[in-house]
Design a protein around this ligand. Structure first.
Ligand code: UDP
Length: 255
């Protein structure tokens, strides 16, 4: 890795100082059914680097579902835990791809992995991750939580809380927010601009898995769900109202 001079960062003006952006593996595969669409990665990296250069402290959690999904492999006969570890390694592959594209655009980055891959990434160390963010580096959290039977959505919730992130930005590949049904198959499905974490859990809405949602609910961490189309990350971090916001009012509506 090339030595980089420490950057002087501009003062942040938007609504967030520090956020965590969750990129699913599918976000990197674009129109392809599988693997990585390099053009998509380049466009995504350009937008992320641009947003970051405005002074935002930014952490990423990168999924692996474009390469390996533990549950699917287990359904096809593979041992579940082994398949899940393979899924975590897929997240490491994707993280390296995103890191490379970001650094070519001048962003300083560090990958921290939840499973040991010492030649390509630092181990996950919370205090060190926070220090990287303070120094203006984008921190990419790879390999999910490091545990089988979890998902990178749960890792996003966990890491966002650990680093004191103000929100999770969930960039979705094919939908522009949360609906009360599947808009791809149900023409009656209605868009929900706002809802609480509890509503999302109780109604079984496909936002994140329930482990991740309940972690966010218990810790009042808002989730912004939006389409990964050009400019949306920039718009949300600038304070524009885009997609669905999932939050729980401070008054303790979940008690
Ligand atoms: N995975 C896991 N533990 C984690 C995170 C991920 O076992 O903490 C495995 C799991 O098999 C999952 C795969 O890695 O299916 C890829 O992650 P995920 O499905 O969350 O990726 P995404 O849907 O975001 O692309």
């Amino acid at each position: 890795m090339a030595q980089q001079a420490e950057e002087v960062r501009p003062a942040r003006t938007g609504p967030f100082r520090r956020v965590l952006l969750k990129l699913s593996g599918e976000a990197l595969s674009g129109q392809r059914d599988y693997g990585i669409d390099q053009e998509r990665v380049e466009a995504l990296a350009a937008e992320i680097a641009d947003v970051h250069s405005g002074g935002l402290e930014l952490a990423l959690v990168v999924g692996g579902g474009n390469i390996m999904r533990g549950m699917d492999a287990a359904a096809a006969g593979m041992d579940r835990a082994t398949a899940d570890y393979a899924g975590m390694l897929a997240s490491v592959l994707n993280s390296l791809t995103v890191q490379d594209a970001l650094e070519r655009r001048g962003a300083q980055t560090r990958i921290q992995s939840a499973i040991s891959v010492a030649e390509v990434a630092e181990p996950y160390i919370r205090r060190r991750a926070v220090r990287h963010l303070e120094k203006g580096r984008i921190v990419i959290f790879a390999a999910g939580t490091g545990n089988p039977f979890f998902t990178t959505d749960t890792a996003a919730a966990l890491r966002a809380l650990e680093i004191g992130g103000q929100a999770i930005l969930m960039a979705k590949n094919e939908v522009d927010g949360v609906y009360d049904g599947d808009p791809k198959t149900d023409p009656e499905a209605t868009f929900l601009p706002e809802l609480t974490h509890l509503e999302a859990i109780e109604r079984g809405l496909k936002v994140m898995d329930t482990t991740a949602l309940s972690l966010c609910m218990d810790n009042s961490l808002p989730i912004y769900v939006f389409a990964l189309t050009d400019g949306n990350i920039r718009r949300i971090t600038a304070g524009e109202r885009v997609g669905t916001i999932i939050s729980t009012p401070e008054t303790g509506a979940t008690a």
